[in-house]
Ligand binder design. Structure first.
Ligand code: NOJ
Length: 439
C-alpha cells in the first residue's frame, strides 16, 4: 500500500533476504560434474577454479550473522547432492549433520530457510549415469528428496526442487558452456521431460515425507523459473516481434505451462499427457535479471533461439546485462495465470564498485510493489547474492554480493547497498527519504 506520505509498505511477514547456492559459495566440492568440467582448460573465462570459493561451508555461522545484521528474515541456499550422496545410494551422515547445523544456525537467528535441491550440480556418479538424459534420474532425485526431507524437513517451510531448468538446458545442451556440454539434438525434449518428472516426484516425495512430522503444517514446494523479458528490437518488424514472442513462449512459459496443465505440447499439434506432473507447484520462485531486445536475423536463423546481442537501451551491469526494473513487474504479471503465490528467489546484478546496486534494488522493489498492488500474491524478495561468489563459466570476476568477498583472506565487507536494502528489510517499507538516499 502507498499511503499519503508516499511510503510503499509491504505486508507483514514478507520474506526478505538473499540467495546463495552450494557450489558457488561453499568451497571444497570436488565430487560433482561442475568440478570435473572446470578441469578442462578454457571452460572458465578468467581461468579460475571454484576451489575454496567463499569457504561458506566453514563460515556459514558468521555469514548468517551478516544476514541477521542486515535484517534478513529469510535465506535461500542449496543442498549439495554430491556431499549428501557421494556414491550412489550411500548417504554421508556427516554431510547431513552439516546441513542440519546450517538449518539450526538459521533458526537461531529467526531466518526462514528456502532450500533448493538442484542448483546446477550433479554428483559425479549421477552424471556418469547420464544425468538428466537418463530417465533413472527421476528415481535418483526422488530418493534424494525423500532422504533430505526426512532428515532435514522438520524446519523447512519452503522447498525448491530445481533451479532454472530452462537455463540449465540452454547452457548445458544448446550453447554448451556448462556441463554436460553435449549436443543431443531433439533428445533435448527427453531431458526436459526427465527434469520435470524428477521435479514432480520430488514434489510428491516432500509432501508425503512431511506428513510424518508431528505438529507442523505442510511445506510449500515449488521450483525457480528464470524469466527474461524478450522484446522486439524493431517494434515495427513482424519478424522481430515473432522472434520475441517465440522466445517468450519457449523460454518463459513452456515449462510452467506443462506443469500447470500436465500436458506437454510437441510439434504439429501433438502432445503428451504427463498427469503426475500436473499442478506440482505450490508457489513459483521467480529469478529475474534483465531484458533482451531480440530480432530475427535472416542470414543466421539459428539466432532465433540464441541471444541476439543487439544493443541495449538502458544502463547495464558489469556483465553488460541491461538494468530494466519494469521487467520484474512484467514477469510477475506473466506468472499470474498460474494461480499460485510467487517469491522472488533471485534478482541482482554484477556491480563491483556498488555504484548501481542500491538504486537497482529500490527500483526493482517499487515494481514488485506495483505488481502486488495489482493483486499479484508476492510473498518475498531474495537478492542474489548475500556475498560475491563463483559465477559459473565467468569465474570470480562478476561481483553480485551485498558483501564483497576478498578471496585471499575470506574477509567479507558490506557494500553500501547492503545497508540500503537492510533499511527496507527492517522497516518493511520504502520511504521517500530512503529513495532520496539512493539517488
Ligand atoms: C541465476 C543462477 O541461479 C545463479 O546460479 C547465478 O549465479 C545467477 N543467476 C547470476 O547469474
Amino acid at each position: 500500500m502507498e499511503n499519503s506520505t508516499g511510503v510503499l509498505k509491504f505486508p507483514d511477514g514478507f520474506l526478505w533476504g538473499a540467495t546463495t547456492s552450494s557450489y558457488q559459495v561453499e568451497g571444497g566440492n570436488t565430487n560433482n560434474d561442475w568440478w570435473q568440467w572446470e578441469q578442462i582448460p578454457g571452460k572458465i573465462a578468467d581461468g579460475s577454479r571454484c576451489g575454496l570459493a567463499c569457504d561458506h561451508y566453514h563460515l556459514y555461522q558468521s555469514d548468517f550473522d551478516i544476514a541477521k545484521e542486515l535484517g534478513h528474515n529469510a535465506h535461500r541456499f542449496s543442498l549439495e547432492w554430491s556431499r549428501i550422496e557421494p556414491r550412489q545410494g550411500k548417504w554421508d551422515e556427516k554431510a547431513i549433520a552439516h546441513y542440519r547445523n546450517v538449518l539450526s544456525a538459521l533458526k537461531q537467528r529467526q531466518i526462514a530457510p528456502l532450500v533448493t535441491l538442484f542448483h546446477f550440480t550433479l554428483p559425479v556418479w549421477a552424471s556418469k549415469e547420464g544425468g538428466f538424459e537418463n530417465p533413472k534420474i527421476v528415481y535418483f532425485f526422488q530418493r534424494f528428496a525423500t532422504k533430505v526431507c526426512a532428515e532435514l524437513g522438520q524446519n523447512v517451510d519452503y522447498w525448491l526442487t530445481l533451479n532454472e531448468p530452462m537455463v540449465y538446458i540452454y547452457m548445458g545442451y544448446i550453447v554448451k558452456k556448462w556441463p554436460p556440454g553435449r549436443n543431443i539434438r531433439l533428445k533435448i525434449i527427453k531431458v526436459l521431460q526427465n527434469m520435470l518428472r524428477a521435479h514432480a516426484q520430488a514434489y510428491w516425495a516432500i509432501h508425503r515425507t512431511s506428513q510424518n512430522f508431528p505438529d507442523r503444517k505442510n511445506p510449500l514446494v515449488g521450483l525457480t523459473k528464470y524469466i527474461r523479458i524478450f522484446q522486439p528490437y524493431n517494434k515495427s518488424s513482424l519478424l522481430d516481434r515473432a522472434s520475441a514472442r517465440l522466445k517468450d513462449y519457449f523460454f518463459n512459459h513452456y515449462i510452467l505451462d506443462i506443469i500447470s496443465t500436465g500436458s506437454m505440447k510437441l510439434l504439429l499439434g501433438l502432445g503428451r499427457a504427463l498427469p503426475e506432473i500436473k499442478k506440482t507447484f505450490d508457489f513459483i520462485g521467480l529469478d529475474y535479471y534483465t531484458r533482451e531486445l531480440t530480432g530475427f536475423n535472416l542470414s543466421k536463423p539459428s539466432q532465433f533461439f540464441r541471444e541476439s546481442n543487439l544493443s541495449r537501451e538502458g544502463d547495464v551491469s558489469d556483465s553488460g546485462w541491461e538494468i530494466y526494473p519494469e521487467g520484474i513487474y512484467l514477469s510477475l504479471i506473466k506468472l499470474k495465470k498460474y494461480g499460485v503465490p510467487v517469491i522472488v528467489t533471485e534478482n541482482g546484478l554484477a556491480d563491483k564498485e556498488d555504484k548501481k546496486r542500491s538504486r537497482f534494488i529500490v527500483d526493482h522493489l517499487i515494481q514488485v510493489h506495483r505488481a502486488m498492488e495489482e493483486g499479484i500474491d508476492v510473498r518475498g524478495y531474495l537478492h542474489w547474492s548475500l556475498m560475491d561468489n563463483f559465477e559459473w563459466q565467468e569465474g570470480f570476476l562478476p561481483r553480485f554480493g551485498l558483501a564483497e568477498v576478498d578471496y585471499t583472506t575470506q574477509k567479507r565487507t558490506l557494500r553500501p547497498s547492503a545497508h540500503i536494502f537492510a533499511r527496507i528489510c527492517k522497516t518493511n517499507q520504502i520511504t521517500p527519504h530512503l529513495l532520496r538516499d539512493t539517488l
